[in-house]
Design a protein around this ligand. Structure first.
Ligand SMILES: [Mn+2]
Length: 331
């Protein structure tokens, strides 16, 4: 079927081009774009661009996150156009597209980091917000560099089992365990509003925590989420962030391996997917300028458990951005 003939969900003929209509074309038919949305080259313009970054040369343990973006796209076939939790139809509120993948060099990390930053500059420069699908966590650094060029230093919410503020591995500065230390060093984060959420698991030493605190991060551990609950955690994060431009980076290993087995460095005792989604919904009023979901490694996944969780996570983030774009138009 030619893309011009593809039946799409489009409540307003003058509005955004919506996803393929799954009441007319089976969900499992055709190539997968995120949520069956149109490709950027089919509509030519985007308010929110879903972008894959198939790069995993920065991993320290299990490889395979280079296949994460396409696994999330496959799992996202089952997303529907109305989000009841946020009472919004995100793909009718804003033009959301799948902008394809960044061709990052798998053999040269420094060159890949430059390529990803340049690609992000192009998308953000067009006026779109980015919903990036990794890839390993290395990619957050070039994405944040690009976001900071547009917005100045941004608030960061980092959902992850790990701190990702270590200094180097094997002398390498750019790895999936170091992006947020580099980002603080480069002055591209607003150090008055930095939080890790979902942190847990063994560390090299207590200095990992004190070093992280010196960089400016607060920590909401996985156990804190369990004890205090998603609503209270979201309220406190929202107060800390205020109206600052916010970037949310989600390492899918913030979830317990029961909810996300398909990832590179799993840790027991994590959040449930329900807790993660509820915290994100509680942040819907924040000024979310872009976001990523990273570290989905489908070779270790089972029955798409991880990819489904990641697709719903990206859907909530996309909904937040689409609502804000629509609100800013009517303001
Ligand atoms: Mn990480």
């Amino acid at each position: 079927m030619n893309s011009n003939e593809t039946p799409r969900v489009q409540p307003d003929p003058n509005g955004p081009v919506g996803p393929v209509d799954s009441s007319l074309v089976p969900r499992y038919a055709g190539p997968a774009t995120f949520a069956r949305l149109p490709r950027l080259d089919e509509v030519g313009t985007a308010d929110v661009a879903v972008v894959g970054v198939p790069f995993d040369t920065g991993v320290s343990y299990r490889p395979g996150a280079r296949f994460g973006g396409n696994a999330i796209r496959e799992a996202s076939r089952l997303l529907r156009p109305y989000n009841p939790a946020q009472d919004a139809s995100p793909f009718a509120l804003a033009q959301v597209v799948d902008a394809g993948d960044v061709a990052a060099n798998p053999f040269n990390i420094n060159e890949a980091v430059e390529t990803i930053e340049a690609a992000a500059d192009g998308i953000l420069g067009s006026g779109a917000r980015m919903m990036t699908l990794g890839g390993d966590h290395t990619i957050a650094l070039p994405l944040l560099r690009s976001v900071a060029k547009k917005h100045g230093p941004v608030a960061l919410l980092h959902f992850d089992a790990h701190l990702d503020t270590w200094d180097t591995y094997f002398g390498a500065e750019y790895t999936h365990g170091t992006p947020f230390r580099r980002a603080v060093e480069e002055g591209i984060l607003d150090t008055s509003a930095l939080s890790h959420v979902g942190t847990r698991g063994p560390l090299y030493g207590k200095s990992d925590l004190t070093d992280d605190e010196k960089l400016g991060f607060g920590i909401v551990t996985s156990a804190d989420v369990y004890r205090r609950g998603a609503d209270e955690v979201a309220d406190q994060l929202r107060q800390r962030i205020g109206d600052r431009p916010l970037y949310i980076s989600i390492d899918i290993d913030c979830l317990d391996p029961a909810h996300a087995p398909g990832t590179g460095t799993p840790e027991a005792g994590g959040m449930t997917s329900r807790e993660l989604l509820e915290i994100l919904r509680g942040l819907a009023s924040c000024n979310l300028v872009s976001a990523d979901v990273v570290e989905v490694a489908p070779a270790y996944d089972h029955a798409e458990i991880t990819a489904v969780a990641a697709s719903h996570t990206a859907y909530e983030l996309t909904t937040i951005m689409a609502r804000q774009i629509a609100a800013s138009r009517t303001a």
